[in-house]
Design a protein around this ligand. Structure first.
Ligand code: ARG
Length: 587
């Protein structure tokens, strides 16, 4: 409907100019979807806002606009209501033609953008000296979804994982590698370090029990930062082990294969240049031996301007320095036009600060949008951050495994009840898709900025705005084609679409709003809008299917309704795939 809205806007502009003169060219008609279908489909609210400017009552302004408005191809006669709302209702014939055109369109009416941007989505960006935990769930799932949607809309998307792969936490792991695997550096081929979790645990044990080991770990950090060759090789081995472990989790979660690791270490050699430039710009101030930039609008407890330390007094650099280097690199070398950081809310200040320094240094200009997309936390039933039994942040892989496990139990119970026999492969596959999708969907369907309580029962429920519900909705629509022995792909390309019943019209209109939904997600980076859309779509489909016979209907209604079924199934499938969720043909 994007195209339709654009045309309506144009018609409003012409009507305004015709009624009140050219100084009103460019006025926004303030078109919004009608709040209630009895007012039509769209409502233009501009008359109220023009009243003062034109010195006329809004109702009479609205009437004059309507007299000059030429939308008869798309809409029934516009009406003026209340203080001056202009109500628009699409003609069934217009909707039929629109639907007809998306029937043959693999993109379901979502036109690729004509202002394609190079966009970096910075995710999931874990710190890799440790295993991924619950805190990485939201960046992974939301980052992946945003990247998919932006790419589908026609942007050139880079998925960069700004992994924490440098500094102090690696000392312990490097020291342990040296101690426990003395041959690691000379013959890395024969090396089997197992998984990161057990490697980390063993290293931590040594660290806690032995002061000499602690000293070795500290020394390793110094050597690493000094660029000692052998230490760098050991560090690389540890990074590879981590990345391998994380990749397995990415695979299990079905994250995009296009994620590239470009971690903190990548920017090491660029850090002195960042300082040099800040210095040249006169932004660098020495404070207590540390090099800082004094921030505008941030003060410490005594009300004094807050310094952002970019180089510590011992010469070391910070998380912020690396992010500044990344900003500069992304602008100057990657030549991006938009960077999106889906990162936990607790980093709000960090991003405000580095963006400020980036702007003042002239790296961030109006040519590049730097968007921090803050994420709320995942809570346990006690309302506190989700913990594992041992009191640490819950391991991500444990959450995923548990969801799959529960999905399997649910499925097995249902199969028993329905006296159905399925192969072990089928059960494995369905349990995995349902379990993982449930976690992802539960996360995506919440407003990105809110905290939510992690609840397996809720996310795995077949009712409500959940992944299982949506997966079922797809299976059910597909079931119609199975039941009627119909190949959806062979539905007549020239069969007419006929919209008669109210529920049928409502479904048709909603199907046409897919493109607007995706555009809204692009604008405000809120994937929950897509979840809401899909949920509402399947409800509208159910209402239609309750009221309108499909397989039993006479032609041309029968084929027309089958096309509506097919479009619904395809929209759900495409929508879920943009959320990072695959569909099941049976479940
Ligand atoms: N590694 C960081 C963490 O786990 C997140 C990094 C986010 N991206 C960034 N460019 N700072 O907290």
């Amino acid at each position: 409907m994007n195209e339709t809205i654009a045309q309506l806007k144009q018609q409003f502009e012409q009507a305004l100019v015709a009624a009140f003169g050219s100084e009103l060219a460019g006025t926004d008609p303030i078109l919004v979807p009608a709040s209630n279908p009895k007012f039509g489909d769209y409502q233009a609210n501009l008359a109220m806002s023009l009243s003062k400017k034109l010195g006329q009552p809004p109702r009479s302004i609205a009437e004059k606009i309507v007299q000059n408005l030429n939308v008869s191809e798309m809409c029934e006669l516009p009406t003026v209501a209340g203080p001056g709302f202009i109500n628009l209702t699409f003609k069934p014939g217009y909707l039929e033609a629109q639907l007809k055109s998306i029937q043959s369109d693999a993109r379901l009416g979502v036109a690729p953008t004509d202002h394609s941007l190079r966009i970096i989505v910075d995710y999931p960006s874990p710190n890799i000296a440790k295993e991924m935990h619950v805190g990485h769930l939201r960046p992974s799932v939301i980052g992946d979804c945003l990247a998919r949607i932006l790419e589908f809309l026609g942007h050139d998307v880079m998925r960069l994982s700004h992994i924490g792969d440098w500094g102090t936490p690696f000392g312990m792991l490097i020291a342990y590698l040296r101690e426990a695997y003395p041959d690691a550096l000379t013959s890395p081929e024969s090396l089997d370090l197992g998984d990161l979790a057990s490697f980390y645990r063993a290293a931590k044990k040594r660290f806690d029990e032995d002061d000499n080991f602690k000293e070795a770990a500290r020394l390793s950090v110094v050597q690493l930062q000094a660029g000692d060759e052998e230490t760098i090789r050991a560090w690389k081995i540890v990074c590879e082990l981590s990345n391998r472990t994380n990749r397995k989790i990415f695979d299990l979660m079905g994250l995009s294969e296009k994620i590239q690791e470009r971690g903190e270490s990548f920017y090491n050699s660029l850090l002195p240049g960042v300082l040099e430039e800040l210095d040249k710009l006169g932004m660098l101030v020495e404070d207590d031996g540390a090099k800082c930039v004094f921030l505008e609008g941030f003060t410490n407890r005594e009300g004094k301007p807050l310094p952002l330390i970019v180089q510590k007094s011992d010469g070391g650099y910070n998380y912020a320095t690396t992010d500044l280097a990344a900003i500069r690199y992304r602008v100057n070398v990657d030549r991006v036009q938009r960077v999106i950081y889906p990162v936990g809310m607790e980093q709000t200040n960090h991003f405000a600060q580095i963006f400020q320094v980036g702007r003042r240094a002239g790296w961030i200009t109006e040519k590049t949008a730097f968007d921090y997309a803050p994420l709320g936390s995942i809570l346990g039933e006690d309302g506190k951050k989700l913990k594992s039994r041992s009191g640490e942040a819950a391991r991500l892989v444990d959450l995923l495994d548990e969801a799959i496990d529960r999905a399997r139990k649910d499925l097995e119970a249902r199969l028993k009840e329905e006296e159905r026999q399925e192969t072990p492969e089928f059960i494995d596959h369905v349990a995995k898709v349902v379990g993982i999708s449930a976690i992802k969907y539960a996360d995506l369907s919440q407003n990105r900025t809110s905290n939510y309580i992690f609840d397996y029962d809720k996310m795995l429920a077949l009712q409500g705005n959940t992944a299982p519900y949506m997966l079922y909705a797809y299976v059910r629509v597909q079931g119609i084609s199975r039941k009627g022995g119909i190949d959806f792909t062979q539905l007549g390309a020239d069969a007419p679409i006929v919209l008669k019943e109210e529920t049928e019209l409502a479904l048709a209109k909603y199907l046409l709003q897919f493109d607007q939904t995706l555009e809204a997600v692009e604008a405000d980076l809120l994937p929950n809008r897509l979840c809401e859309y899909l949920f509402e779509l399947s409800k509208k489909f159910n209402q239609f299917y309750d009221r309108c016979p499909v397989l039993q209907a006479e032609e041309p209604l029968r084929t027309s309704r089958l096309i509506l079924c097919d479009l619904t199934a395809r929209t759900i499938k495409q929508g879920l795939s943009l959320l990072g969720i695959p569909v099941l043909e049976r479940m």
